[in-house]
Design a binder for this molecule. Structure first.
Ligand SMILES: *Cc1c(COP(=O)(O)O)cnc(C)c1O
Length: 345
């Protein structure tokens, strides 16, 4: 659903939307906190769901508008973004090549480098390139440029979905649409959303959510749970990305420094590295609401939601929405972390 705010940007439909906005009564009761809801963007379809389906609607819109025939992108080994990019390319009949970065170390390779999203890339049949260091966004993008040059030499027309934050945040537009959708659902369900809690990584989701809410006249607070960078770096990034997203919409005046709130209390040792809080949150979400979260993003964000409720951050009368950004396949890449014994009938 493109709303009038985003209507001028080329877009293709990829996400199954609207996704449900559901209450989490058991988790709310267990925590004795505010009224908790979940916006189910793990249910966007496109090869097992997630937030990239909405973001990719605008990248593929731009790629098709430019006449591209092959889409390139980069991500961690267990990248939901690379998975959904490859799936979108297949669905639209385009070529796709992905680049996987060595961002996470110490994982059991029989799961991390073979199962989860890696299995899904293989089923989609896209060529896989590798990149050694994960913290170097410009370097990862530069290697994509090299691959693109090879494709051009062979007469193809590549389109790169870049990683570095200096590019216009087209993906954020998908979360402007998602906020229009969510506010409409809230009206229909007769609830008022006081706060949204989400994982914040590249910050496209965070930026689109915040820029979208403010452009739509909503003062709902947005709490970002860091999953990659510390709070100082991430808040800078979120502010810049939100301003850039609002600039695309022509609503830059609606964004102030005070709109940005992030915490790195739930990040643990770093991107993709498990924490006790993530593991507790994963089991709690499953056992209270039959809600599946992932170890990299939504498990830490859920640990953040639980932590904020326990610290008394919200009033009991508040309505708080957890934005579930998906990521489910990577759970199977992290199976060893949970350390369960095999069942042997
Ligand atoms: C990519 C991703 C995020 C982070 O979204 P950004 O827009 O990069 O901040 C969160 N959750 C999941 C499951 C993701 O795959």
């Amino acid at each position: 659903m493109a709303v009038s705010l985003t209507a001028k940007f080329p877009r293709v439909t990829l996400a199954h939307a609207p996704t449900p906005l559901e209450p989490m009564p058991h988790l709310s009761r267990l925590l004795g906190g505010p009224k908790l809801y979940v916006k189910r963007d793990d249910c966007t379809g496109l090869f097992l769901g997630g937030n990239k389906a909405r973001q990719l609607e605008y990248y593929f819109g731009a790629a098709l508008a430019e006449g591209a025939d092959t889409v390139l992108t980069t991500g961690a080994v267990q990248s939901n973004h690379a998975r959904q990019t490859a799936a979108a390319a297949r669905k639209l009949g385009l070529g796709c090549e992905i680049q996987l970065e060595n961002r996470v170390s110490g994982m059991a390779p029989e799961y991390y480098n073979l199962s989860g999203n890696v299995l899904l890339y293989r089923l989609l049949g896209v060529p896989i390139h590798t990149y050694p260091v994960g913290e170097d966004e410009e370097g990862a993008d530069a290697q994509l440029e090299g691959i693109a040059a090879g494709i051009r030499d062979r007469g193809g027309k590549p389109y790169i979905i870049p990683l570095a934050a200096r590019h216009p945040p087209l993906g954020a537009l998908g979360y402007v649409d998602a906020m229009a959708e969510t506010l409409e659902q809230a009206r229909a369900q007769k609830i008022e959303i006081d706060a949204i809690v989400l994982p914040t990584g590249s910050a496209a989701t965070h930026a689109g959510t915040l820029a979208g809410l403010r452009a739509l006249g909503s003062r709902t607070k947005v709490f970002g749970i860091c999953i990659r960078r510390n709070a100082a770096l991430q808040s800078e990034r979120v502010l810049a990305r939100t301003r850039a997203a609002a600039k695309l919409l022509g609503t830059e005046h609606t964004i102030g420094n005070a709109d940005v709130w992030v915490t790195d209390d739930y990040l643990g040792p770093g991107y993709g590295l498990p924490t006790p809080g993530m593991m507790e949150a994963t089991e709690l979400a499953a056992q209270t609401e039959a809600l599946l979260v992932d170890p990299v993003y939504t498990g830490k964000a859920m640990a953040g939601l639980i932590g904020l409720v326990r610290k008394g951050h919200f009033k009991p009368s508040d309505t708080v929405v957890f934005l579930h950004t998906g990521g489910i396949p990577s759970l199977f890449g992290y199976q060893a972390v949970f350390g369960h014994e095999p069942v042997r009938p």
